[in-house]
Design a protein around this ligand. Sequence first.
Ligand SMILES: [Zn+2]
Ligand SMILES: [Zn+2]
Length: 133
Amino acid sequence: MLRNCADCNQIFAHPVNKLCPSCTKKQNEMFDKVKEYIRTNPKAKIHEVVVQTGVDFDKVREFIDEGRLKIVPADVEFRCRICGTKLTSGRICSQCEADLLVKGETRGGTTSTGSLSKDGRVHFLDRRSRESR
Ligand SMILES: [Zn+2]
Ligand SMILES: [Zn+2]
């Protein structure tokens, strides 16, 4: 599948990557730099990481949001992508995660979705029959 690199706009062929091979390599080097800097300076703040590594703030933020960085700058806040609640780690708070499971919106299908949605339907029918009385 041909696509345009998200960074340099060069056309390349890859089923999933958003970046061309050379930008992927560049990005990996940036990632290593950021990771290494935080590892050796665990108390570093995000601004310091940006200045010291020369990596764009947006890129550093991207690494954090993607969950690639296992250790993050000291002042980084995790926020739930859905409701914006502060988190200590991860991307979605446990409440929204449970919500997603109920709605069955998680991709790849989970085994627990079936029983949960069945339960939801029972409630729905129950409410409707009461309303029609
Ligand atoms: Zn590129
Ligand atoms: Zn949430």
